[in-house]
Design a binder for this molecule. Structure first.
Ligand SMILES: *[C@@H]1O[C@H](CO)[C@@H](O)[C@H](O)[C@H]1NC(C)=O
Ligand SMILES: *[C@@H]1O[C@H](CO)[C@@H](O)[C@H](O)[C@H]1NC(C)=O
Ligand SMILES: *[C@@H]1O[C@H](CO)[C@@H](O)[C@H](O)[C@H]1NC(C)=O
Ligand SMILES: *[C@@H]1O[C@H](CO)[C@@H](O)[C@H](O)[C@H]1NC(C)=O
Ligand SMILES: *[C@@H]1O[C@H](CO)[C@@H](O)[C@H](O)[C@H]1NC(C)=O
Ligand SMILES: *[C@@H]1O[C@H](CO)[C@@H](O)[C@H](O)[C@H]1NC(C)=O
Ligand SMILES: *[C@@H]1O[C@H](CO)[C@@H](O)[C@H](O)[C@H]1NC(C)=O
Ligand SMILES: *[C@@H]1O[C@H](CO)[C@@H](O)[C@H](O)[C@H]1NC(C)=O
Ligand SMILES: *[C@@H]1O[C@H](CO)[C@@H](O)[C@H](O)[C@H]1NC(C)=O
Ligand SMILES: *[C@@H]1O[C@H](CO)[C@@H](O)[C@H](O)[C@H]1NC(C)=O
Length: 836
């Protein structure tokens, strides 16, 4: 009985759906004898994309795909009949006889068609990805017999490829519109992938190259540092294997949209849009400056946009045409000062450089840099060599046997990589490429040379790997580290890089360097121990952190932690040089930062004026990048948990570097559950959920970052959120001023009016977004970096900051089982806030 009543509705349902299927157009598909008329559209099932007809500025009619939801104008991402528009609005789309789709005009003459397919009952479907596909009815829906993604217009959507299928020879490239956004007919520019040598991409204007991306070096294109732009939401892939070579990207966040477009004036531009805002913001673009112009400085010339004139010759080379060069025409490039002498030649390392054009270069992805050097040395036509992949300390060999074309100089930390140029020995002078080994193991040259050569401290010899080099093995971090949840599923220890064992210092050396850990040398103190300035015999300055002895961690575990932390290298992180374990003591050795910590400037009335607006903005951006690296880009996720002004150190050039990262790990307070009994952190910087419940996440770091941003802008300390009177508290004040529209008063008067109002407002808004009470409302660091870098990103309206909890609340919430927590909060707070 029951089953009978159940089956009736089912039957009716089935009946109606099949009826619907045959009589009307379902939202995202076209089948059988159905047609799509100029007043009709297909809508992808989640309503992101529309297929339909649109009118170009030339009042011609085109079949295309656009986002349903963009303003003020449609953003068209694909055009079918771009060079053969319908001249009057009476055409339609239908299936042809050979399983293809055909666009016809009113007298049913074919205007455009897809290629024929083998489909007997073809179905045309607009997918949620924006891909228009033909599939066979009732068969594998992922088997596309034809797809619009194989025929890009000027736009690369997530999941689309540009490149070449080496089997079929099919090439996919972007071609600009005649006038972007107006006239979709084929324009002058297109992209071209050169898959010879180490593959790279070009922007062409007809037959002329206007821009070269530089080869893919594992992290991005060697000449497009803006491309990785520090976001984890956009993931790039570059595949180069025997079957195909292509570039593609995906978006990791559903509320983010992004597209890459080749404009009618030859720029490659990336736009992003946060869901709900309906406004595209330009995320980056190339070419953007003189040095992006192809071959700006000719053969063997390097373009440096920070120099004037921008062109220089590689060491050992001089301008070929001095007169033209002096008139700032570098196009003739440079020639050698001294002829090569094959076996006696040396190599000169050029750092942070966009690699020269690789079309004719030799490539072997499994060779090490040393093997590469040896090969180049032996082959007299070799002019330079470099690693093909710069990840994990570098791997692979690319070797040039031609002139070096279209190089560009970046600054440290911005982009580029090392290139070793062959020179006559007499042109190399002093050091040459003596640093190679150090480079291979990925450790600061200066640190190693000083440590290794002069100090008698032993740098434990490099372990020989037993596995063969070609056996490209990888080892999951998780296999030797139990704390798997904190580890991103990345692999470490690339095959062709020997594991570096830990640089160990001996205790006596450090005692001597710090003048017996004298008070005079003490430069800081925190929950994890005290910090001393030291000087090694060779004159190198170091900072030594003597850890307090409360850690319960065993020596091996500690070493493993240090080994992991030491590999975290980023221009906005203080570099760890090694450690010392002796006599019950654990010490960490860091590079020394000349300008000490940010708080010593920010909160000091005599020094705060040294931080003008530009400097503060750079500091904010630097911290954001460092934190982003810890959260997402490093090999395993690190939550800092004690981010604050005194943990931001400043180097000679006032570049900010985050210190004390990984300390929570080292003290083993990072347990796999994201909740801990031992709360480390500092009043005023702690997110409410962390201070109250010990819940930590990347979002609690984001909160601390937000506080820091507001402090940097206002020059005022946030005293903590435990005050019942919020007026006493920075966040309370900021929030009040924000709502009252007097927010610009917040900006530190010692900045004067050197600041840009729009940047100031942007930073304040970002700060407020970061300190929102609910962790889920706060942006991720990648969004933060995006917002900081983009001139036009639209941002959400911040909600109330996370201060609205009184102290009593905290106390009632801390149950007796959290006694220890209360204690350590206090302990850490007091010592840290009062230090310095
Ligand atoms: C669409 O256009 C056709 C003629 O081309 C017309 O018959 C039909 O009514 C139109 N539909 C709508 C919804 O306007
Ligand atoms: C539309 O008109 C243009 C000239 O204005 C012509 O070149 C083109 O062939 C026409 N297209 C069709 C489909 O008739
Ligand atoms: C549009 O089609 C009509 C015939 O239906 C034709 O007479 C007219 O020339 C066409 N318009 C254009 C601009 O081609
Ligand atoms: C349809 O296209 C054909 C070929 O381009 C052309 O000769 C014919 O005039 C067009 N018909 C209309 C109604 O525009
Ligand atoms: C049809 O196939 C050829 C080569 O197979 C290709 O060049 C062309 O772009 C294809 N056209 C369409 C519309 O798919
Ligand atoms: C590019 O095309 C122009 C005109 O079509 C021609 O004169 C020139 O020689 C071409 N240049 C190259 C490098 O092929
Ligand atoms: C995706 O981005 C939005 C807006 O930037 C952000 O609110 C959201 O938390 C992000 N989601 C994830 C999973 O990162
Ligand atoms: C629609 O689907 C695409 C692809 O799966 C996804 O990227 C996008 O976020 C979805 N959009 C919405 C509004 O759900
Ligand atoms: C690449 O180099 C490795 C190591 O020297 C060698 O074993 C391999 O045969 C080389 N591969 C090619 C294709 O030359
Ligand atoms: C040098 O290397 C190039 C590229 O692999 C090769 O074509 C050339 O034959 C080599 N020359 C010598 C002398 O080995």
């Amino acid at each position: 009985m029951r089953s009978f009543t159940n089956s009736i509705p089912f039957f009716i349902f089935w009946f109606f759906t099949s009826q619907t299927f045959f009589t009307t157009t379902s939202a995202d598909t076209l089948t059988g004898t159905q047609t799509l008329r100029t007043n009709q559209t297909l809508l992808s099932s989640n309503q992101t994309y529309v297929l339909g007809f649109f009118t170009g500025s030339n009042s011609n009619l085109y079949l295309g795909i656009w986002y349903r939801n963009t303003t003020p104008e449609r953003t068209i991402v694909w055009v079918a009949n771009r060079d053969n528009p319908l001249n009057n609005s009476s055409g339609f789309l239908k299936f042809g006889d050979s399983g293809n789709i055909v666009l016809v005009n009113s007298s049913e003459n074919t205007i455009w068609s897809s290629n024929q397919t083998s489909a007997k009952n073809p179905v045309l479907q607009l997918l949620d990805s924006g891909n228009l596909v033909i599939i066979e009815a009732n068969s594998d829906p992922t088997k596309y017999l034809w797809q619009s993604f194989d025929h890009p217009s000027d736009t690369l959507l997530p999941g689309m490829k540009v490149g070449q299928n080496l089997d079929t020879g099919i090439e996919m490239h972007l071609t600009s519109w005649k006038i972007t956004g107006k006239d979709p007919s084929t324009g002058d520019y297109f992209t071209k992938l050169d898959y010879h040598g180490l593959p790279e991409m070009f922007i062409m204007n007809n037959n002329r190259t206007v821009f070269r991306t530089g080869p893919w070096n594992g992290e991005g294109y060697s000449g497009m540092p803006e491309m990785h732009a520090d976001t984890d939401s956009i993931e790039f892939s570059f595949i180069a294997d025997a079957d195909e070579v292509y570039y593609s990207y995906t978006i990791g966040n559903n509320s983010l949209m992004s597209r890459l477009i080749l404009t009618s004036d030859g720029q490659l531009q990336r736009f992003t849009m946060v869901e709900g805002t309906e406004v595209w913001s330009k995320f980056w673009y190339v070419p953007r400056d003189q040095c992006d112009d192809y071959k700006e400085c000719g053969p063997n010339g390097i373009c440096d946009n920070n120099a004037s004139p921008v062109c220089k010759c590689v060491r050992g080379f001089s301008p070929k045409n001095q007169q033209a060069w002096d008139l700032r025409d570098g196009s003739d490039g440079c020639v050698r000062n001294t002829d090569l002498d094959c076996g006696n030649d040396k190599f000169w390392k050029v750092q942070y450089v966009k690699l020269p054009q690789t079309g004719t270069a030799f490539l072997n992805r499994s060779m090490t840099l040393l093997e590469c050097e040896a090969l180049c040395q032996r082959n007299c036509s070799c002019t330079a060599y470099a690693n093909a992949d710069i990840r994990n300390g570098g791997s692979g060999c690319v070797m040039w046997i031609s002139e070096l074309i279209d190089m560009r100089q970046y600054s440290e930390g911005i982009g580029g990589q090392d290139l070793y140029v062959r020179l006559a020995a007499s042109d190399v002078g002093g050091s040459g490429k003596t640093n190679n080994i150090a480079e291979i193991v990925g450790i600061t040259v200066s640190a190693i040379v000083v440590l290794f050569g002069l100090l008698g401290i032993y740098l434990i010899r490099r372990k020989r790997k037993l596995q063969s080099i070609s056996n490209a093995n990888t080892e999951q971090i998780g296999s030797f580290h139990r704390n798997k949840d904190l580890i991103m599923n990345e692999t470490v220890f690339s095959s062709n890089m020997d594991d570096l064992e830990l640089p160990m210092f001996d205790f006596d050396t450090l005692t001597m360097a710090t003048n017996n850990f004298s008070e005079a040398n003490k430069i800081g103190e925190g929950g994890f121990g005290s910090v001393y300035k030291g000087m090694l015999v060779a004159g190198q300055e170091i900072a030594v952190k003597r850890l307090s002895k409360t850690s319960l961690q065993g020596v091996e575990e500690f070493k493993n932690e240090v080994k992991l932390i030491i590999k975290l290298q980023h221009r906005n992180l203080v570099r760890m040089l090694g450690c010392c374990i002796e006599k019950d003591e654990k010490l960490l050795v860091y590079e020394y930062m000349e300008n000490r910590s940010l708080d010593s400037f920010l909160f000091n009335k005599d020094k705060r004026h040294l931080l003008d607006w530009k400097r503060r903005f750079d500091i904010i951006r630097g911290i954001a990048k460092g934190l982003l690296y810890l959260h997402y880009d490093s090999r395993f996720r690190i939550i800092h948990r004690d981010l604050k002004a005194s943990n931001i150190l400043l180097d000679k050039e006032m570049n900010p570097k985050i210190s004390d990262f990984g300390m929570a790990r080292m003290f083993h307070t990072d347990q796999t559950e994201a909740n801990t009994l031992r709360v480390v952190g500092t009043y005023g910087y702690m997110a409410p959920e962390y201070a109250m419940d010990g819940n930590f996440s990347v979002k609690s770091d984001v909160f601390s970052f937000g506080v820091l941003v507001l402090e940097i802008i206002s020059g005022k300390k946030n005293r903590g959120f435990y005050y019942t009177n919020h007026d006493m508290n920075l966040l309370g004040n900021v929030w009040k001023q924000w709502r009252e529209g007097t927010i610009l008063e917040l900006i530190d008067s010692s900045i004067g009016d050197s600041y840009s109002t729009s940047e100031g407002l942007r930073c304040i808004r970002i700060g407020l977004l970061c300190v929102q009470e609910r962790a889920e409302d706060r942006p991720t660091m990648s969004s933060v970096v995006m917002m900081l870098n983009s001139e036009t990103t639209s941002m959400a309206e911040p909600k109330s900051p996370g201060f609205s909890i009184g102290k009593n609340h905290v106390e009632t919430d801390s149950s007796s089982s959290k006694q220890d927590e209360t204690w350590s909060v206090n302990q850490v707070t007091v010592t840290l806030l009062d230090a310095r």
